[in-house]
Design a protein around this ligand. Structure first.
Ligand code: ADP
Ligand code: MG
Length: 334
């Protein structure tokens, strides 16, 4: 069978099947969530996550500065620690580089990486260096720690939970499209969109805060687009979801682009990816109270976009009318 028939998620599932039974009793969660979770000491969890960026697949040198790339590569990993509710601790950095790379490029990359490591208080403790003929490959592993009882898994959602996200969606994807197809003198705020693509942040403090709240159940980060990521969450929790398209948060900058685009802001918000915000579910009885407390803490409320259901399917609604949407997020090999 060709890999494209299996797809990225089919491949992961087949690997997962082979390695279902861990050798170590300390593995609390292996393949399938944003991080692996190990039990360490009494009641503590160690989180582990790894992510690879390949030139011309995940980034193009012409569309991102080395500084921004160094920062973004680390942020993408920190986002997976945030997704469990953890505090990032240490990082390993592996670089496969072509020999013609200018040392200025590497300095810029490391400056961005270092600034982000300092901002999020993670220490670089090792890595690997390799030569490559063609494309740059950046592979990063980050660990985190947190109380075991606070870890939020994708599988924890319950029927009736409110589905929430911590930020507007689709900006990064719109920014990338505008970088690829630049338009002279745009009449809308293109810088905000491009910045969302080039300089994302990780919601680490928000994730840590949310993980301590009893009313918060499942959590993950949005890296492939809400549609695809919510699907993982519903599958692992064995529930379905109703999503209100009219409640999907869209930034002013993204809305302003609408008259000028082939694509709709909503479809970008659902499938664009690289938002790196948090997607989580909350016991509906407590969602208003929790949002007030969250708003006080972070000067910005979160957004409720739908409800978990017992259908095992995701149904989209526009102004209370169910609509058929065939939406897919990013899937390698397909
Ligand atoms: P995320 O988008 O949160 O980084 P991924 O979609 O990359 O998550 O991966 C989903 C799950 O599959 C994670 O638990 C990850 O560790 C696991 N995974 C991905 N690729 C492999 C692989 N080659 N071998 C084992 N596990 C993998
Ligand atoms: Mg993730």
């Amino acid at each position: 069978m060709e890999l494209k028939t299996l797809g990225e998620f089919g491949l992961i599932a087949s690997i997962q099947k082979r390695f279902e039974k861990p050798h170590s009793q300390n593995v609390v969660c292996g393949i399938g969530d944003d991080c692996a979770v190990l039990k360490v000491g009494f009641g503590h969890a160690q989180l582990l996550t790894t992510d690879t960026l390949v030139e011309n697949i995940h980034f193009q040198q012409a569309l991102i500065t080395p500084y921004q790339l160094g920062a973004k590569a680390l942020v993408a990993n920190l986002s997976d620690i945030a997704a469990m509710g953890g505090k990032p601790e240490v990082v390993l950095l592996s670089l496969s580089l072509t020999s013609d790379i200018d040392t200025d490029w590497l300095d810029g990359f490391l400056d961005g990486f270092q600034k982000t490591a300092t901002d999020y208080q993670v220490s670089l403790i090792g890595g690997d260096m390799c030569h490559t003929d063609k494309n740059i490959v950046i592979s990063i592993t980050v660990t985190g720690s947190m109380p075991l009882k606070h870890v939020r898994y994708r599988s924890m959602a319950k029927v009736g939970d409110a589905i929430c996200v911590t930020s507007t969606l689709g900006d990064a994807a719109a920014g990338l499209r505008k970088l690829r197809n630049p338009i002279p003198n745009p009449s809308f705020d293109i810088k905000t969109l491009i910045k969302a693509h080039q300089e994302p942040r990780a919601y680490v403090e928000e994730g840590r805060w949310l993980s301590k709240q009893k009313a918060v159940r499942a959590m993950m980060d949005v890296s492939d687009g809400l549609a695809s990521d919510l699907k993982h969450l519903t599958q692992q929790s064995q529930v379905g979801a109703n999503v209100r398209l009219d409640k999907i948060p869209l930034s002013k900058a993204l809305k302003a682009t609408m008259p000028f685009n082939q694509w709709s802001a909503e479809s970008l918000a659902l499938t664009g990816g690289e938002d790196y915000c948090l997607l989580f579910t909350v016991d509906a009885k407590h969602v208003d109270r929790l949002n007030k407390a969250y708003g006080k803490q972070f000067q910005q409320p979160f957004y409720v976009v739908g409800t978990m259901t017992d259908t095992k399917e995701i149904q989209y609604f526009l102004d209370d009318h169910p609509i058929d949407l065939d939406v897919q997020g990013y899937n390698h090999f397909v």
